[in-house]
Design a protein around this ligand. Structure first.
Ligand SMILES: [Zn+2]
Length: 283
C-alpha cells in the first residue's frame, strides 16, 4: 500500500469519527477546513515517518526496457539495458564493471537498470567486463586494462572487441551523458589511486552537475580526508576521456573508496547517479 493510500484510508476513518462526535452542529465550511487540516497533519507525519519515500527512485516493471547484447556470440558478450521513457530528453549511459574487482560499481549499476525515468533514455551496461567480474580481477590477464583501450586520438577505433562494442553503443545511441562507475583503493589521492573522486571531461555543464554530486555526498562526510574531490581530466584511453574528447559526451568517472562496507559504497554510487538524473529532470 502506498503512503497516499494509507493517508486516504486514515483520513476517511478520522473524518467520519470526528464528524459523528463534534461536527453535527457546525457549518460545512468549518468541516471542510478541519478535514483539510487533519489531512495535512497526516501527510506530514507519514512523509517524515518514511523518509526513504523522498529518496527512492521507483522501479520500472520491465515496460519500455529493451535488452541488447554487446559483442554477441563472443566471449565478451554482455547485456545493455535500454530504458526508453517514450518522451524526448537526454540519453544517459551508466556503466559498471569496466574493472571486474570494483564491486560497488557493478552492484550499483545492476540496480540502476531497474529504475523508471520520466523522460529521455537511460542506457545501463551493468557488467561491462563480464569475465573480469566473474574472476573478480581488475582486468583479464593478457588483455590489458579495458579502461585504457578506448581511442586516444581522433578517428581512432578501439583495438579490442569489448572496447569496440561499448564504443559503438555510445555512438549508436548518441549518448549525451556518461557515468562510468569505478572504485579506488583509498580515500585520498595517492600515486596509485585517484581516491574518492569524480573525474570529469572538462565542460561547464558537466562541471555544474559534477559539483552538485560531490557536494551532496560530502555533506554527509565529516572527515575532510574522506571527502570526494573533483578532478577535471580522465586518463587517456579511458571510456570517459574518449567519449568526452572525441564524441562531445558529458562524461565522468565516479570512484568510491573500497574501505567502507559494500552497502555504503553502493549507496554513494546510487546517490551520484540519482543526482545526475535529477538534474537532467529524468527522475
Ligand atoms: Zn576502475
Amino acid at each position: 500500500m502506498t503512503n497516499f493510500t494509507i493517508v486516504y484510508v486514515y483520513a476517511k476513518q478520522i473524518k467520519s469519527r470526528i464528524g459523528m462526535i463534534f461536527l453535527n452542529n457546525v457549518s460545512k465550511q468549518f468541516k471542510l477546513v478541519l478535514t483539510l487540516l487533519v489531512l495535512s497533519v497526516i501527510i506530514v507525519i507519514s512523509t517524515f515517518a518514511n523518509p526513504q519515500s523522498l529518496l527512492a527512485v521507483s522501479d520500472n516493471n520491465g515496460e519500455g526496457v529493451t535488452k541488447k547484447t554487446l559483442a554477441p556470440g563472443s566471449k565478451y558478450a554482455t547485456d545493455l539495458y535500454i530504458i526508453d521513457s517514450g518522451k524526448p530528453g537526454p540519453v544517459v549511459m551508466i556503466v559498471g564493471g569496466v574493472h571486474g574487482s570494483e564491486t560497488a560499481g557493478y552492484t550499483a549499476a545492476a540496480k540502476v537498470k531497474n529504475w523508471k525515468i520520466d523522460k529521455g533514455t537511460l542506457l545501463v551496461l551493468p557488467q561491462a567486463n563480464r569475465r573480469a567480474i566473474a574472476e573478480h580481477v581488475r582486468e583479464i590477464s593478457g588483455e590489458g586494462n579495458l579502461n585504457r583501450l578506448f581511442p586516444d586520438s581522433k578517428g581512432e577505433t578501439p583495438k579490442h572487441t569489448l572496447a569496440s562494442a561499448i564504443w559503438s553503443a555510445v555512438k549508436q545511441y548518441d549518448v549525451d551523458w556518461l557515468m562510468d562507475m569505478h572504485e579506488g583503493i583509498d580515500y585520498a589521492k595517492t600515486s596509485s589511486s585517484v581516491g574518492q573522486s569524480l573525474i570529469y571531461y572538462p565542460n561547464s555543464s558537466t562541471k555544474k552537475i559534477a559539483s552538485k554530486i560531490v557536494a551532496g555526498l560530502n555533506k554527509d562526510i565529516s572527515r575532510s580526508t574522506r571527502k570526494f574531490c573533483l578532478i577535471d581530466l580522465p586518463v587517456k584511453g579511458s571510456l570517459a576521456r574518449a567519449a568526452g574528447q572525441y564524441l562531445g559526451v558529458h562524461s565522468f568517472i565516479f570512484e568510491t573508496c573500497d574501505n567502507p562496507s559494500l552497502s555504503v559504497r553502493v549507496k554513494c554510487q546510487l546517490q551520484a547517479a540519482q543526482t545526475l538524473l535529477r538534474n537532467l529532470d529524468m527522475i
